[in-house]
Design a protein around this ligand. Structure first.
Ligand SMILES: NC(=O)c1ccc[n+]([C@@H]2O[C@H](COP(=O)([O-])OP(=O)(O)OC[C@H]3O[C@@H](n4cnc5c(N)ncnc54)[C@H](OP(=O)(O)O)[C@@H]3O)[C@@H](O)[C@H]2O)c1
Length: 328
């Protein structure tokens, strides 16, 4: 006879909780899992007043992942089962010019997390990007050969390689052009759909590339996939991305349509990094094959019109949460 024992509640050490994915991952962990959470971000305190009484948030700790000793000390103190790394420098153009900063946050950080994880035998879940590929052989399955075109992509590939050679149990989720509602934005750029909304609502011109295409991915889907993968104790690489390959111009038009905004302010432009200062090279057209996540995690990402509807509801919910700064 098999005796089924309830699995022990796992403790998750979550980094970058004020970032776009971090904030969604945190809330999805609370809604969809039984895990206890240790939260970290660079800010002095947790910015979500509505979560102040949440029993499963065991602690919040300010943490700069470039601080090797503090990363190690906190991991040893809390002995998490899983470290989920949602932090990093994600602004592709910034990473190109501020290379040392990008390397510290994207590569050194994961090396320090690996050192900490090794001491307590934790597994690591890490986020990566379609930008490790060059777009010439799209669509890409998990085992395809990488060839990043920009420095951001190189840092993300280096972080994947650090995990691969660590010998630790680890999971890498590669995703693409995230969009969705945001509760806070401290630094960096709004996601493309929010930027479009913000411009169109003010009747400002929104320039959007007609020849730069990717698979826009609803942030809620990535957060859910991540939580499923953690609970199923998955390891290896998974691609999580939306089903449609869309240029930024097409995405801006879809956004205007869903939110009933005037689309004549959207201007199609050509992507030519050689003619624009501060713009890094990018794959012109890139899609990820997501069959593995569909079959093994049961995750099928939302199509763009469904995803934008979910986002619209998310923005409404955020507006109802008191004491939060809302960006739309
Ligand atoms: N956004 C996308 O379209 C996209 C696409 C593919 C893959 N991804 C991957 O998804 C992950 C999350 O991206 P995101 O969109 O959530 O980015 P995000 O909104 O910019 O959040 C990243 C967070 O990381 C924090 N951070 C950066 N360096 C840090 C450090 N040294 N120590 C501690 N925290 C640090 C930032 O904190 P501060 O606010 O203090 O700077 C920020 O809150 C990244 O690994 C990214 O590569 C994103």
């Amino acid at each position: 006879m098999t005796i089924l024992r309830p699995r022990r509640r796992e403790t998750v050490f979550l980094t970058g909780v004020h970032g776009f994915l971090g904030q969604h991952t945190l809330r999805t962990f609370l809604d969809e899992s039984r895990c206890d959470l240790i939260l970290t971000a660079r800010q002095d305190k947790l910015l979500y007043d509505d979560l102040a009484r949440e029993q499963r948030i065991a602690a919040y700790e300010p943490l700069d992942l470039a601080d090797r000793d503090r990363v190690r000390d906190l991991i040893v103190r809390y002995k998490p089962d899983v470290i989920v790394n949602c932090a990093g420098v994600v602004n592709v153009d910034l990473a190109e010019t501020q290379r040392e900063t990008a390397w510290k946050s994207n590569v050194r950080a994961i090396e320090y997390l690996i050192e900490g994880a090794r001491r307590v035998d934790a597994r690591i879940v890490h986020l990566s990007t379609d930008y490790i590929f060059d777009g010439t052989k799209s669509p890409y399955a998990e085992g395809a050969t990488p060839n990043p075109l920009n420095y951001y992509g190189r840092t993300k590939l280096a972080s994947e390689n650090a995990l691969k050679s660590s010998g630790l149990a680890h999971l890498v989720i590669r995703t693409s052009m995230l969009y969705g509602a945001e509760v806070v934005r401290i630094n960096g750029k709004k996601n493309f759909v929010l930027e479009t909304l913000s411009k169109l609502r003010k009747n400002e011109v929104m320039n959007a590339y007609t020849d730069l295409a990717a698979t826009p991915t609803l942030i809620d889907d990535v957060a859910l996939a991540l939580i499923r993968a953690v609970e199923l104790q998955k390891t290896g690489v998974y691609h999580i991305a939306g089903p449609e390959l869309l240029s930024r111009y097409e995405l801006a038009l879809q956004t205007a349509d869903t939110f009933h905004l005037e689309s004549s302010f959207i201007r199609g432009t050509h992507f030519d990094p050689s003619k624009e200062t501060g713009i890094a090279e990018r794959p012109r057209s890139i899609a990820l094959v997501t069959l593995k996540a569909q079959t093994e995690l049961g995750i099928k990402c939302s199509g763009i019109s469904e995803g934008l509807q979910v986002m619209a509801r998310g923005l409404q919910n955020i507006a109802e949460i008191k004491n939060l700064k809302v960006y739309e």
